[in-house]
Design a protein around this ligand. Sequence first.
Ligand SMILES: NC(=O)c1ccc[n+]([C@@H]2O[C@H](COP(=O)([O-])OP(=O)(O)OC[C@H]3O[C@@H](n4cnc5c(N)ncnc54)[C@H](OP(=O)(O)O)[C@@H]3O)[C@@H](O)[C@H]2O)c1
Length: 336
Amino acid sequence: MSAEIRWGVVGPGRIAEKVVEDFAVVEGARAVAVASRSQARADDFADRHGIDRAYGSYAEIMADQEVDVLYVATPHPQHSAIALAGLRAGKALLVEKAFTATTPGAIEVVDLARETGVFVMEAMWTRFQPAVVAMRELIEDGAIGEIRSVQADLGVAREYDPADRLFDLALGGGALLDLGVYVVSFAQMLLGTPQRVVAAGSRFPSGVDAEAALLLDYGDGRSATLTTSLRNALPGQARVFGTAGWIDVLPRFHHPGTIVLHRAGAEPETITRRPTGAGYAHELAEVTACVRAGRPESAVMPLADTLAVQALLGEAAEQLGVRHAEDPDGMSSAGP
Ligand SMILES: NC(=O)c1ccc[n+]([C@@H]2O[C@H](COP(=O)([O-])OP(=O)(O)OC[C@H]3O[C@@H](n4cnc5c(N)ncnc54)[C@H](OP(=O)(O)O)[C@@H]3O)[C@@H](O)[C@H]2O)c1
């Protein structure tokens, strides 16, 4: 492996445009290649971001021996097929959230990662935000006692457009997989995996979920109440309640700059920790460090947590009557 960890981008869409800019502030990592289903889109992305090699198919980047890690930024149903191909090619992987479209799709990737010992991580950037790290340290120090419940909301008002991937069932659309993944992962990070999830919500005419309220029940009085929506904006606030106080994670909690600690009986303390770059640098640094150290997974975003979150999202989707599927042709699905 070269001194620098060499990254390849798969699926140069909206989020890849932003994430790739953060390599500028990550030490020892560089984006060296990009793969699109269209050579023209790959060339354009490479030109604009100073990337050396541009491929017009995903198979070509898998065969590039001078790429150590792939950042998978396609819609969710393509993640599984691309991740499996990446693992077979020996590439470490950072896979966008939601990790996959379905629980079986996630299990297949995690099983192969464990079998091959190749690094895989879900791109749940929230867990690496400096303000979230500070919050976890306070909680570990007992600042608010034992965590009993979590509240979190994340929603955007998007006009219904069946042509947009967010509303397209075949592309894993809906609030749950795009935004609900943040509230569920946040609660799972703090409380662990619940005994059950109860979901209430509604669907758009295309069959994807429009909004959802989720109750995570831990069976012992601990709970999380979570809301997500593509129909209406929500502030993006999170609150963590303990036996000795609570912590507000100010909007938007999935990449916060400020938390407010309310210790019982004390004045609130405001703690600000701004992210580096656009906030994606922290997850890129984590993957780079893990790959360099030869670790099979991240201790901050472990695969067991990814599987637990995916299963909760799957159960909630089922309760709302939403049926997601993986795209078995995700590696080669025809481009526009
Ligand atoms: N971390 C974050 O803040 C964040 C924010 C937004 C989205 N995301 C995640 O990132 C992923 C991509 O989201 P996005 O908003 O960037 O999507 P997007 O703009 O639609 O881009 C996805 C890209 O995937 C490729 N692709 C491969 N197969 C495709 C197919 N069958 N249909 C459509 N595109 C396909 C396309 O690139 P080529 O055809 O050129 O290969 C497309 O440009 C999702 O999993 C999403 O949840 C994360």
